[in-house]
Ligand binder design. Structure first.
Ligand SMILES: Nc1ncnc2c1ncn2[C@@H]1O[C@H](COP(=O)(O)OP(=O)(O)OP(=O)(O)O)[C@@H](O)[C@H]1O
Ligand SMILES: [Mg+2]
Length: 216
């Protein structure tokens, strides 16, 4: 069966497309036939990244939220085992449709009070559909007091956090600008290790088999 991970947050600019692209590329390299379904109608960030790339793996499908089930079937018929859905900000219908088909919802969030306060708009929809979800802190500068405050506020809200975070790092941006995932761009860099650790955590949780060479 194909595993579907939706990357969602109704807030804009939190790292949905960035995390989708890097996780999907890392999964493909780890030997899992992987696709991205891009249902952000305006930005199409993952689809544009795919156009700029010298490889058609991971597959990136541009799709509309109202035909997600058909897009997932199309991907399955191409032998895809893992799908990441890149979603849009401020679009409840898109979020709801992508939550319904997901086995796990990953919710990127920057460690700021504004981002954390806005989380419940997304987590309430996820909870209404009784889907497992985890917040992944992104653009983290670990020494800032805001980071510690954000973690504690998220815990107080009773929301689940992934055990690892993603740092603020230019490699995440530069790799996408180069048409690459960060694990291709700087395989031994800190950002690549963060993505591989997150992918390993996801694959253990969802029992997706990988052959990821983890360098702890
Ligand atoms: N860990 C990171 N380190 C540095 N820059 C990052 C990181 N994550 C995301 N960014 C940058 O933050 C900006 C927003 O990221 P991204 O486009 O992935 O967010 P998004 O949630 O998909 O936005 P939208 O809601 O508009 O679709 C981009 O310029 C991206 O390069
Ligand atoms: Mg985006």
């Amino acid at each position: 069966m194909t595993t579907v991970i939706t990357v969602a947050n109704l807030k804009g600019g939190v790292g949905k497309s960035t995390i989708t692209i890097h996780l999907a590329t890392a999964a493909q390299i780890a030997g899992i036939p992987t696709a991205i379904i891009d249902i952000d109608p305006d930005q199409q960030a993952a689809a544009k990244w795919s156009d700029s790339r010298n490889s058609d793996r991971p597959y990136v499908f541009s799709a509309v939220y109202s035909r997600l089930a058909q897009s997932i079937s199309d991907a399955e018929s191409k032998g895809i085992n893992l799908i990441f859905i890149d979603t849009a900000a401020f679009e409840q219908k898109i979020l709801t449709a992508s939550v319904k088909v997901a086995h796990l919802i990953l919710i990127p969030c920057r460690p700021t009070a504004q981002d954390v306060q806005y989380l419940t708009a997304t987590t309430e929809i996820v909870a209404n559909h009784q889907k497992p979800a985890a917040i992944v802190l992104n653009q983290v500068e670990p020494r800032l007091p805001e980071t510690i405050q954000a973690r504690s506020l998220i815990t107080k809200l009773g929301l689940s956090l992934t055990p690892m975070y993603l740092s603020k790092a230019v490699a995440y941006q530069r790799s996408i600008a180069a048409g690459l995932g960060v694990t291709e761009y700087e395989p031994n860099g800190k950002a690549a290790k963060e993505i591989l650790n997150l992918l390993e955590w996801i694959s253990r949780l969802l029992l997706v088999s990988t052959d990821i060479p983890i360098d702890k």
